[in-house]
Structures are given as C-alpha cells and as structure tokens.
Write a protein that binds this ligand. Structure first.
Ligand SMILES: [Zn+2]
Length: 264
C-alpha cells in the first residue's frame, strides 16, 4: 500500500502557476476571456498581452499558447516565466504584440491529465464546431486578433528529444531551424526519421494535423504556425529553459526575416 506524499496529496489549483502574473504594476494587460464550470468546479481562460517597444515597422501579433494538454507543465511555467522576463527585458518583444495564454486547459492541469475534465483532447477540437468552452474562447480570440504567428508549447512523453511542427517554408528554414539549434544546447534534438507517425527531418515536421490549435481555416495569408515539443521525461527545469530559449530565438529570427524581406 502506498501513501501519497504531502506534495501529491495537496490539491492543486490552476491558479497556482499563474499567481506570479497577478502583480499590481505588471507591464502586461491581463484579461479573463471567459469562465465555465466542469463538475461544479469553476475555471477561467486567462490572456496576457505584452506590447514590446516599437521597432520602426508594423507590430507583429503573435499568440503563445501553453498547457493545451494539462499534464504538459513545462510550457505553462515557461510561458509565465517568459512574461516575467519581458518585464525585466522588454526589448525581447521589440516590434511585437504578444498574446500569451499560459494555461489553455486549466481543468486538465488540475487533474494532471492530457485531456480536459470533459475527457476531450482539446488539440483535436479546433475548428471542428467543438462545444468545449476552452476551444470556443480561444477560437473567438484567434478569429478576432488574426495573429501573424502562433507558437504552441507542448511536451511529448514518447520523444527523447526536442522537435517542432512548423508550417510556412521560410519560417521553417530561417526561424525554426535556428531556434531548434539554440534550444538543443539545453536538451538534445530528436533526429528520428519519423516522430509521432509523422515524417520528420532534423527534428522538423512540416505539416499539421486536424483539430490542432491554429489559425481559422479561412485565414489568408496563412500566419506562421509552430508547435515546439520538449521530451516530457526530461528534467522539468531543462524543459522550461529549452522553451524559453526557443521562444526568444523564434521572435528574434522572425523579426530579422521580416527586416530582410522589407529590404528586398
Ligand atoms: Zn501536447
């Protein structure tokens, strides 16, 4: 017979990892997009907007999404830490409006499950007419805000290394590859020819799958869409650090890519 440790026995609230963001003079704008309840437990969807310093050109609007799978905690902590980092170093977001959703599946987080409390994999529900409140709230934001780019943070319990899904040829080559190179200083890259049943090259999968969190189907031009995966069984701190390195590099490389494009 095993007894849960005090840490395991303590019920955890989805508000715990988000608590560092509830600061009086925070430089980001926090909005509750909506509330709902599941099994009589109340939940909410939180959005945090950080507007970086001007870069000269138009702002790029990027959505950063974490915790769509409730048990993948590294991305949640990384998204929160990234916002805290922006407070100290706003230049990381130069030229960007960053909309950060650190915990897209709060009920799954509390249960420690991939699925939400309703038993759904939310990352198979987008743009399918889903009735899941998490999906509906995010779809509404995605339609309204018309992001230039998406970065989703995930963890894969069957992968021994980092990899990414990336849509958009230029972004794949000029943004995701350098971002993976930077992140693999923290954790190894998964260079298997197939990952998660997808054809992969140097840890890059150049396709998506139905129901994933992404731009609305009618959106043209298509934004860049990146899903970054860390190996779930790796040290949590290293996964968080890999996420942070990947995020910083992605924003920096995309900004450079656009600057080059405008000179042509
Ligand atoms: Zn996931």
């Amino acid at each position: 017979m095993s007894h849960p440790s005090p840490e395991q026995a303590r019920p955890k609230s989805y508000r715990e990892p988000l608590a560092p963001l509830l600061k009086a003079k925070a430089p980001w704008l926090s909005t509750t997009l909506g509330t709902w309840s599941a099994d009589r437990t109340p939940y909410s969807m939180e959005q945090h907007l950080f507007v970086g310093p001007r870069s000269g050109g138009d702002y790029f609007r990027v959505g950063i999404f974490a915790g769509v799978h409730g048990d993948e905690t590294a991305g949640i902590h990384a998204a929160v830490r990234f916002l805290l980092e922006l407070e100290r170093n706003p230049g990381l977001a130069r030229g960007y409006e960053l909309y950060v959703y650190p915990l897209c599946n709060p009920s799954g987080f509390e249960l420690g499950t991939r699925f939400s409390r309703s038993g759904r994999d939310l990352n198979r529900e987008f743009w399918t007419g889903s009735r899941e409140p998490e999906v509906q709230l995010l779809e509404r934001q995605i339609r309204t805000l018309r992001f230039d780019g998406f970065v989703s943070l995930h963890a894969d319990d069957e992968s021994a290394g980092l990899y990414a899904f990336a849509l958009g040829a230029q972004v794949t080559q000029h943004v995701v590859e350098p971002a993976l190179q930077a992140a693999e200083k923290v954790l190894p890259r998964n260079c298997d020819p197939t990952i998660d049943n997808f054809t992969s090259r140097n840890g890059l999968i150049r396709q998506g799958y139905p129901g994933m969190l992404c731009a609305a189907p009618e959106t043209r031009p298509r934004p860049f869409e990146i899903v970054f995966e860390t190996p779930h069984h790796a040290d949590l701190e290293k996964q968080i650090e890999a996420n942070l390195v990947f995020l910083r590099q992605t924003l920096d490389q995309y900004q450079q890519l656009q600057a080059v494009g405008q000179d042509l």
